[in-house]
Design a protein around this ligand. Structure first.
Ligand code: SF4
Ligand code: SF4
Length: 508
């Protein structure tokens, strides 16, 4: 608590300092600060130039024709693999396609100040190659759009089962017992085939508790064999050393374990004594097995004071990242709606998280899209400060303009979710069915759902989010708007910039 008080005072001091700086600028005093401001403006205009020239190159009919041509079949994947050096192919046509692609990528890298060798190294990962192919197909189909439309989602979160061994009070999935309409193992294989054919780059198994199903390993292995990045969101209690080893063997690359506070708090939230120790063991076992790990904390009124302690814990046990989940009152969470933070509390948590991210010991993310707005405000004038523009990635300032194209709420745009029975939703927190993978076809739903179409258009946002200067980099949490107002285009009631609109939109 003493530590917290100290940090609060520190934040207050910084805020005052920032206000002082603004005042100085206004009065024409503090030439150094003024210079800093001018440099910032210059950098912003350089970035705008970069985007404009990339648009000129990529967003013209000839380039799109070429991209469409290369995008057919698996030609594009081959061209990327040859460029990255993971495939040797002597076919002259493939070499030519690879040359065309390489020239465009080299140009883009130069403009964005990215080292080409580092970029090639990054592209050696086959799931990254899938992601790049997806972006190129998106540009071929739609041109450059803001936000960028993709041929398929980058990421699909699969609520793999309703079964769970814990009784969490905030569970969005209302999980517990296995559901009667859960897909069979054979049907699950078809789901993976559909996602793979669509070009999805990453799949995250969630739940319920995904490890409760015996076929988890078989299906995860199948997904990994298709070169998708496979991750698992779990309560961690079932991850023994053997299970961690088995996950590693199956190709699981990242495991995110939910821990909501110190022992007593976590066990109370999760409804099971001993859940905390087993979750910590789970993280350690994954680390030992060589799997990247993260700690996920659902931040609520009753546990927000433990956020600093939990980031410390994540650092101490060597987790690779800390992710603060934005509590949204859906599922079992609807019963605990009073646990939702006030806009001021959320703002305080977000600023704290960003300060921890800047310290750089560990990656610190938050699923509240307002995190990007807070980061942009805080990063101003701080050399090398990265800006987290999605739930899982941060950009250097030089590449920050890209955040307008790919940042903010990804629901129905960069990502969607699948339920235990194959139903497709824009987001795990938005219980709104837009189709079913096996009955309607995954890509068919992705390309033709009206709901997803609306979610991709930030011009359709209402109220404070619609007129906000951060609507591309943030866009508000669409699930939160849906949970509170039954309207996924309404302003995000969790944002301080939308606070004065509370009461203007009818609550559900
Ligand atoms: S008003 Fe909406 S778009 Fe703007 S920062 Fe807040 S949540 Fe994001
Ligand atoms: S609706 Fe958007 S911001 Fe909210 S949890 Fe889903 S993806 Fe994240």
């Amino acid at each position: 608590m003493e530590k917290e008080g100290k940090e609060k005072r520190e934040r207050k001091r910084k805020k005052e300092k920032k206000e002082e700086r603004a005042l100085e600028k206004g009065k024409g005093e503090g030439k150094e600060k003024e210079q800093e401001h001018l440099e910032e403006e210059k950098r912003k205009s350089e970035i705008a130039d970069v985007i404009a020239s990339l648009r000129r190159i990529l967003d013209n009919p000839l380039t799109r024709y070429v991209l469409k041509y290369i995008s057919k079949g698996d030609t594009l994947e081959k061209a990327i693999a040859i460029y990255a050096g993971t495939e040797r192919n002597t076919c002259v046509r493939c070499q030519f396609h690879s040359f065309l692609l390489g020239t465009a990528l080299k140009y883009g890298a130069r403009k964005l100040d990215i080292d080409e060798r580092e970029m090639i190294e990054y592209f050696k990962d086959r799931s990254v190659q899938r992601g790049l192919a997806n972006v190129i197909r998106g540009i071929a189909e739609y041109g450059i759009t803001k936000p960028q439309r993709l041929h398929a989602p980058f990421l699909v979160v699969w609520n793999y089962t309703k079964a769970c061994n814990l009784k969490c009070k905030h569970c969005y999935a209302n999980a517990g017992r296995i559901a009667e309409d859960e897909l069979t193992t054979e049907e699950r294989k078809r789901v993976v085939e559909e996602l793979s054919d669509a070009g999805v780059a990453a799949i995250s198994f969630s739940g319920g508790e995904p490890l409760m199903r015996k076929d988890f390993f078989e299906i995860a292995k199948l997904a990994a064999s298709k070169y998708m990045f496979v991750s698992v969101a779990t309560n961690g209690t079932l991850i023994t050393k053997e299970v961690a080893e088995k996950m590693k063997e199956c190709g699981v690359k990242y495991v995110e374990v939910s821990i909501d506070g110190p022992k007593e708090v976590h066990d109370a939230v999760r409804g099971v004594e001993g859940a905390f120790e087993r979750a910590i063991e789970g993280v350690k076992n994954c680390k030992e097995a060589g799997i990247m790990t993260g700690i996920a904390m659902t931040v609520m009124r009753s546990n927000m004071k433990y956020v600093p302690e939990m980031v410390d814990l994540a650092e101490e046990i060597g987790a690779d990242r800390f992710v603060a989940f934005n509590f949204i009152p859906v599922g079992a969470g609807a019963e605990a709606a009073k646990e939702d933070l006030s806009v001021e509390e959320r703002e305080e948590v977000l600023r704290y998280l960003y300060e921890r991210m800047l310290r750089g010991k560990i990656e610190v993310f938050c699923t509240a899209p307002e995190y990007a707005r807070v980061a942009l405000e805080e990063a101003l004038g701080r050399e090398g400060a990265k800006v987290p523009a999605s739930h899982f990635g941060a950009f250097t300032y030089k590449a920050v303009a890209l955040t307008d194209f790919i940042g903010g709420c990804g629901a129905g745009r960069l990502y969607c979710s699948i339920e235990h029975n194959g139903d497709i939703q824009p987001c795990v927190f938005m219980p709104l069915k837009v189709g079913n993978v096996l009955k309607d076809g995954f890509l068919n739903v992705w390309h033709h759902s009206n709901v997803l179409e609306l979610l991709r258009d930030r011009e359709k946002l209402k109220g404070a989010c619609g007129s906000c200067e951060y609507k591309y980099v943030c866009g508000g949490c669409r699930s939160r708007a849906y949970a509170y107002y039954g309207d996924f285009l309404a302003p995000d009631p969790g944002c301080i910039l939308a606070a004065n609109e509370q009461g203007k939109h009818e609550k559900r």
